[in-house]
Design a protein around this ligand. Structure first.
Ligand code: UDP
Length: 329
């Protein structure tokens, strides 16, 4: 029996595929390669190029293979863009989930692990954020992910599908050998943008606001290593195999770092000066996002290994140095 990884050519997908294969799992990938990269595909996994909104693509995959569980990473992920183009997000993310679940029901596949996000919470009511806290997204991206969770909830009750929603905080870093990593076009995430300065690809990093209610005035985030995230997916599949009930889990380190602290850490890791400019706030950025991941630790047995933020940045630096132009290089 194989595990189908939808979106296995992006960022977190390939790291999860790697961990699954290390565990001896049989892996099948489907990706439309719109944002995914051929170079991120694991040669040990069978690959189908196609869109999960296409019933025929999924019919073919589910018919040609014995699929035990699905891990679902396919989504548009840019909060800012989602405000400008909400329908693009509802179509790809929400409709994509609908087609995937319909196909799973049709082909009697009853386990799904879903890539959710801290954006489902919106502006947090308290820190650290727990799974039982209010979910009130402040952009269409977060709204689509919450809707996808809700669709799974109702389908699980009606059609017996069991799901795990993994609500990631800030995914960061890369596999230790630097063979796969983060490559977004355009890049909007803090760590890759900071590292573009010492790589000589960018003159400076702009801090989006230093007038937040935090000790140094810059936003605080919870950065969690991509391989720790990947491990949580492997554990979530095992949890569902053992008959675990459908549920949502936060995945974060539980520690917060400000934008300024991240820049200082990147200076240490790279040994280079990093020019900084102060800019305006980016709309929709909460001051502070820190996860409580106690539930994932307790219920899934998750134990993140990359607990030092400098080590996290070091793995990203290694990937970017080896692939200054991402997978194109
Ligand atoms: N950020 C920044 N400058 C940049 C990119 C990001 O100051 O060029 C800040 C952003 O405002 C946020 C933090 O870095 O507070 C993390 O942003 P990112 O886009 O990486 O992740 P998000 O928290 O939005 O998911």
């Amino acid at each position: 029996m194989a595990i189908l990884v939808c979106g296995g050519a992006g960022y977190i997908g390939p790291h999860t595929v790697h961990q699954l294969i290390e565990k001896g799992e049989d892996v099948i990938i489907v990706d439309n390669l719109q944002h995914g990269h051929r170079g991120a595909l694991n040669p040990k996994a069978k690959f189908y190029e196609g869109d999960i909104r296409d019933y025929e693509v999924l019919d073919k995959i589910f018919t040609e293979n014995k699929i035990e569980a699905v891990i679902h990473f396919c989504a548009y992920i840019e909060a800012g863009e989602s405000v400008q183009k909400p329908l693009k997000y509802f179509n790809n993310n929400v409709y994509g989930m609908q087609v995937l679940l319909e196909s799973m029901v049709k082909h009697k596949v009853d386990k799904i692990v879903f890539s959710s996000t801290a954006a489902v919470y919106g502006e947090p009511q308290k820190i650290p954020i727990e799974e039982t806290d209010q979910t009130k997204p402040i952009n269409p991206y977060g709204e689509t992910k919450l809707m996808m969770e809700k669709i799974m909830h109702w389908v699980s009750r009606a059609d017996g599908i069991n799901y795990v929603s993994l609500r990631y905080f800030n995914a960061a870093g890369a596999i230790d050998d630097g063979s796969i990593g983060e490559d977004h076009h355009p890049e909007t995430h803090l760590i890759p943008l900071i590292l573009q300065v010492p790589l000589g690809k960018r003159d400076h990093i702009t801090i989006f606001g230093d007038d937040y209610d935090t000790p140094d005035g810059t936003c605080i985030r919870d950065y969690i290593h991509v391989l720790d995230l990947a491990d949580a997916h492997v554990l979530a599949v095992e949890y569902l195999r053992k008959g675990g009930k459908s549920d949502a889990f936060n995945l974060g380190s539980g520690k917060g770092f400000s934008v300024k602290e991240m820049i200082e850490a990147a200076k240490k890791v790279t040994g280079k000066d990093i020019k900084v400019e102060m800019g305006a706030r980016r709309p929709g950025d909460p001051a502070r996002l820190i996860a409580s991941s106690d539930k994932a630790r307790k219920v899934l047995g998750w134990n993140p290994k990359y607990t030092d933020v400098e080590v996290v940045i070091k793995t990203a630096w290694n990937w970017h140095q080896k692939h200054p132009n991402g997978y194109e290089a």
